[in-house]
Design a protein around this ligand. Structure first.
Ligand SMILES: [Zn+2]
Length: 112
């Protein structure tokens, strides 16, 4: 990966991190406990709880991804960045642009 691509990847990762951080804040807001005095019907309350569960899961996944993105950002100027952990081939740049935290190429992913 040349210097120019590394810089482009750095910009992409930085952008994805700030988008994700924003999203995490929104999700944190959504999982706040439902106040018992809020006048929801029984069914609505149950639905609200289910939605909270979904959002909790999303929040956990987002936090996990954020860690991986920070890791990728730290590594982006390292010579090993963008190489598959398994076959050591270069990971397709278009895949990296969408999922910069990828550590495995598509071929190896499909083999698993
Ligand atoms: Zn591979």
């Amino acid at each position: 990966m040349n210097k120019e691509t590394q810089e482009e990847m750095f910009t992409i990762i930085t952008q994805q991190i700030s988008d994700l951080e924003l999203n995490i804040e929104l999700l944190k807001d959504k999982i706040k406990p439902i106040a018992p005095d809020v006048s929801l019907g029984r069914l609505t309350r149950q639905e609200a709880r289910q939605e909270q569960e979904v959002n909790k899961k999303l929040l956990e996944d987002s936090k996990m991804r954020l860690k991986k993105l920070h890791y990728a950002k730290d590594k982006v100027f390292h010579e090993n960045f963008g190489f598959c952990d398994i076959c050591e081939e270069e990971i397709n740049i278009n895949r990296l642009k969408i999922i910069p935290e990828s550590r495995i190429c598509v071929a190896c992913l499909n083999d698993q």
